[in-house]
Structures are given as C-alpha cells and as structure tokens.
Write a protein that binds this ligand. Structure first.
Ligand code: GLC
Length: 620
C-alpha cells in the first residue's frame, strides 16, 4: 500500500485516539474495547440496519467511514483558544490509548482497503460497460468542453454553444458547474483533470481580490475562472497563459460564491476516495486551503443560529431571488463540507480545536435544520395554531412565525405522506418554497434524518407533475408571481414566473436526485426521471434549463450544450448502473456525533442540548 494511504489511515487512527481522549466519561478498558469492537463491526458491516430504507434496492453504506473517528468533545472552545484540560483521572493510560490506536488502525486499514478495491473494480466496470447513443454523445461533448492550461486539462467550460456569440461568462470554468463533470471523469477513471482542477483553484484562493477597494475574506474560492493569454513582459509576440478568477467582482450582481469552497471540499474527498491518492489531501497547501475555507465559515459573527448567514444569490441561484439569510442549499452544502473536511484534516495539536469546532457546529446545525426547517402536514397544522409574541426561553414559536404567513398554495399542496425542508428560516419568516438542491443534498449528506429523507422522496413522488413533469427537476416550487416577483427579484426579466431560477427546470439536478435516490433505496424514482430527461436532452441540444410550469419549453435565454446538463445526465446513468460508486459523495448518519454528547448545558432549563435533541430526532 502506498505510503500516503497508510499515513491517511494513521490519521484516522489518531482521530480515533482523540475521540477516546476527549470522552469525559471514559470508563473501563472492557467498555472501551467493546465499543471499539462494535465500531469496527459497524464499519465493516455491509448489511443495512434498522434505519434502512424499506423498499427493494438498497444502497449499502461503505464499510469504511473514518469520520466516525473524529473528536467528540463537549462544549467547544473557540477556534483559537487553548484546548480544555481534561482531568488526568478521566484519561486512559497512554499504553491503552496506544492499543486502541493500533487496533483501530488495523480495522480502518482493512475497511478502507475493501472500499478502495470495490471502487477500483467499479471504475473498471464503468469503463467496460456499453453506452447508449445518448451517453456516447454526452461523453464526447464533455471531452469537447475541456479547458487546458499550460497543456494540461483543468476544467470544463460552463457551455459550449456554437449558436450564440453572446457567451457572457459561460466560457469560464465554474466551480459548481465542474462538480458533475468531475464526477463523470472520476467514474470513468480519468482523474488527472480533477486533480489539476483542485490544485489550480486552490492557488486562486489565495489571490488578492477586491471589489471597489474592499477585500473579501481570505479563503473565498472563486465562482469561476478563465484561462487567458497575456503578452510576456516587453514582448508583443510571446504570450503566457494565466488563470483569471472571478470572485464575484465581475459577476452579474457582484454576488460572493459561498458554495464554491464547500463544493471544493466535497470534491476533494470524492477524489481521494475513488483514486486512493490521499497524498493530495495531505499536502500542506491543501490542508491550509481546507482550513482557510473552514475559518471563513466558522468565524464568529453576530448570528444567533448555527446556520451560515449569506447574501442573496450566493449559490446555484446566483442572482436575487429572496434567498438571503440562511438558505437551505448553503446549509446542506455547509454540513456536507464539514463532514468531508473532518475526514481529511490531519490531526495534530494545531487542529484539535478546529475539529472540536467542526463537531459542535455539525451537531448544532443538524439539530437546527431537522427541528426548525422540516414541515409536513402535522407541522403545518401546528404552525397554523401557533401563539405569537411569546417572550420566554421555552417558547414553542421561537421565531415568532405568524400563522398568516402560511401561503394559500401550501395547504392544498402538502401531501398526506411526506414533507420537506423549507427554503429559509429567519426571525418571523419562513420561506415555504420547496428548493430541490437543498432538499436533495440534505439527503445525500445525512443532514436530514432517515425519516425526513424518505419523506422528501415521497413528496417528490407525490408531486411528480410539479417537480419533474416534462423535465427533471424544478429548481424551486412554486414560482414567485405578480407583486412578489416584482419586489423579490427586483423585476428581473430573466426570472419571470416558471423560468430560470424562478421555478425553471434544470436537468443538471438529475445527478443529485440520482444520488439521493440511491442512498434511500429508491432507484426506481431516479430511473423514471432519467427516462423523462432522456426523451428530450439530446434532441434539444442539452439546454441549461427549461421554462413553463410543466417544463415544456427550452428556456427563453437558455444556453445550449450546457456542460453540467450533459455531465449530470451522464453521471446519473453511470451511478444508476453502478450504485456502489455513489459512496464517494454520500455521508451516512453519524451516530457517534449524536451519541458523544456530554454537554453540561443540558441540565440548565435555558438551553436545550442539540446533540441529545438531534439524537432523539433520529430515534423517534
Ligand atoms: C447561471 C447559474 C449558475 C451557474 C452559471 C454557469 O448563472 O445560475 O448556477 O453556475 O449559470 O452555468
């Protein structure tokens, strides 16, 4: 085994040791050994336990899940503060800790070997599988969209549409758009382009960036970049290539791409998992890149919630659509990126506090979303009967939501079976729109509980004609109309009702839907959606999005040959045939995180302990 992968495993073991050390109620060696054996059994198990989906085809969680081994300290110290001293009596003797470390390293090694072998065999299977004419076309088009820098592939352009000369910034490599391309390349065993992309975008992260003399925070990843040829100094004939990033300082509306860094972390983990090249994530510059992104996300502000506070248009919906505040899509990606980062951060004295901060944020975030963003028939009925203006610590209606806010469409729309996570939550405001990407990624990352995840897919099935109709999937439902459209979008003519971000249908969302369906054992649903898309995509020249309530027309200003439409379709087809490969992006429920609470605050009537509460959410 390569030295890099051995040292990666050692990191997993170190993290496990940190877990043992950080447990305040560390008991006898027998208990610890039993716990270790149980963890190893669970890591090795390929059977699906009581939380398994009920229907036929099931995704089997991979045998190795090293982030379970992360630190589980209780109340988190701030990022930069010195570590809390644990009383010596509660620490295991050093030789025992070393024994756990060794045993865990062995178990981890075996498990990870198995997973890597499985994924490698999967890549071979993908390479030798028969492709349909549509898939062949998609793969060819994907190759045509590749951008090179100094002779090496570094990404794919957003669109390669020969029918228009108005490319705006669609000739750039967008970070979020490249993710489905990267998945397609990784699944086909072509990982160089992904590695180059990860490293070059990392270099861009540290660029000096300013908007009208103001510099955004360090750690921000660009929304996109372009390869430009510039004349070499003093020479009008010789040129050199440079990467020119856009951090939002040129973007329409000047929006900061909060999602870029989160996607970058998610992709970095997927790359490591499928290639076994852990040396990349262990590099000092890569570790620094991860930390810079996390520092930006975890830094203190004025916020009262564990969710990430962002401006409008900071993600896939990159223009004004009333999603400022705490939009679900960002929260799902944030949760996912924290889980992935925890898996990759090297454990040492300098990172212990960061890992603690990640764990604490993860548990608070999952509690907050699971508890306050979830709605179904029962919850809407509760909100309908809410009392308002409650001033107390034990208020039921914590955010002072006025029942009049429940939109008229929702009462008839919400199915008896199923539910979803709302789009946004702020004081006295719930955005009841259904946003596909946030809900799907909440399933993929296990931000949603098992029951909620099943509920979301049930809702999509029950509301198929609204969310899938003639082209999967609607970016959000329903569209903003009339006065609401005028005020919220700023009268944006591109975002008229049922178009573009305002209820338009985006075929790229197919790959996220496929992943969610695979995780929940509902491949039947994903197959149905792919069949719908397959009928039109190639004939329609792979549009960026579709318009109208039922997704019948190619979007008014839609680009053709949009790369993430092509890559999303192609990756979905492969994932459906080889569902085990989905493990490179999926995170399973983290029971250790829920179990590991020793929060001293839970005794106080004032504060509800989020880990315990999150655990009870899972167990009901
Ligand atoms: C649009 C989309 C954005 C995407 C970009 C390039 O602006 O809203 O999510 O990254 O096009 O395809």
């Amino acid at each position: 085994m390569a030295a890099a992968s051995v040292s990666h495993l050692r990191r997993g073991a170190q993290r496990y040791a940190l877990l043992c050390l950080s447990r305040r109620r560390f008991s006898s060696s027998a208990t610890a050994a039993a716990h270790l054996a149980a963890t190893a059994r669970r890591l090795l198990s390929t059977t699906v336990g009581s939380t398994a989906p009920s229907s036929g085809e099931q995704y089997k969680p991979p045998p190795f899940d090293s982030f379970r081994a992360a630190s589980l300290a209780s109340s988190a110290p701030p990022l930069e503060s010195p570590p809390i001293d644990v009383p010596p009596s509660s620490l295991p003797p050093p030789e025992k800790a070393a024994a756990y470390e060794a045993a865990h390293e062995q178990a981890t090694l075996a498990c990870q070997d198995v997973e890597l072998e499985g994924l490698k065999a999967g890549v071979e299977a993908v390479r030798s599988r028969d492709e349909s004419p549509e898939e062949k076309e998609a793969w060819w088009l994907l190759g045509r969209s590749v951008v090179s820098y100094c002779g090496s592939p570094v990404g794919t352009v957003a669109a390669n549409d020969p029918s228009t000369s108005q490319m705006l910034n669609y000739d750039q490599v967008f970070i979020r758009d490249f993710v489905p391309s990267a998945i397609a390349f990784l699944l086909k065993g072509e990982s160089d382009i992904v590695k180059n992309f990860l490293l070059h975008t990392l270099q861009l992260q540290s660029w000096e960036k300013t908007v009208d003399c103001y510099s955004p925070g360090q750690g921000l990843m660009p929304a996109s970049f372009k390869v430009r040829s510039v004349p070499l100094d003093g020479n009008s004939e010789a040129f050199e290539e440079v990467l020119d990033p856009d951090f939002g300082e040129s973007a329409i509306g000047r929006v900061a791409p909060v999602d870029s860094g989160l996607w970058w972390i998610i992709l970095l983990r997927a790359y490591g998992k499928i290639t076994g090249d852990y040396a990349l994530q262990e590099r000092v510059d890569v570790q620094t890149g991860i930390r810079l992104i996390l520092n930006l996300c975890l830094s203190d502000g004025f916020d009262m919630f564990p969710t990430l506070l962002v401006t409008d248009g900071s993600c896939m919906i990159d223009r004004r659509m009333g999603i400022h505040g705490h939009p679900l899509e960002i929260q799902a990606l944030f949760y996912s990126a924290l889980r992935c980062a925890r898996d990759m951060i090297g454990v040492n004295d300098g990172s212990k506090n960061l890992i603690r901060a990640i764990n604490n944020r993860l548990s608070a975030l999952s509690f907050h979303i699971r508890e306050y963003y979830w709605i179904d028939m029962k919850k809407i009925n509760e909100i309908y009967r809410y009392k308002t203006e409650e001033y107390s610590h034990d208020a039921i209606n914590k955010f002072n939501i006025y029942p009049e806010q429940i939109p008229s469409w929702l009462a008839d729309w919400i199915p008896k079976k199923g539910g979803y996570l709302i789009g946004n939550l702020q004081p006295a405001h719930m955005d009841f729109r259904f946003f596909s990407l946030g809900n799907l990624w909440a399933i993929v990352s296990s931000l949603a509980t098992q029951r909620q995840a099943e509920g979301i897919l049930n809702l999509i099935e029950a509301k198929w004609d609204d969310i899938v109709a003639n082209m999967p999937l609607k970016i959000c439902y329903p569209a903003l109309e009339y006065e609401e459209w005028r005020i919220i979008t700023g009268s944006d003519p591109k975002n008229t009702p049922w178009s573009y971000h305002n209820g338009g249908s985006w075929p790229t969302l197919l790959w996220q839907f496929t992943l969610a369906c695979i995780k929940m054992g509902r491949r039947d649903l994903a197959r149905r959606a792919v069949e719908v898309a397959e009928k039109r995509l190639s004939d329609d020249k792979w549009p960026e999005y579709y318009d109208t309530r039922a997704g019948r027309f190619i979007g008014k200003q839609s680009r053709l040959y949009q790369t993430w439409t092509i890559a999303g379709y192609f990756s979905s087809k492969i994932l459906l045939d080889c569902p085990e490969m989905a493990s490179i992006l999926i995170c399973d429920e983290d029971f250790e995180l829920l179990e590991g609470c020793a929060c001293s605050l839970n005794k106080s009537a004032r504060t509800k302990c989020s880990r315990r509460a999150a655990r009870s959410q899972v167990l009901v």
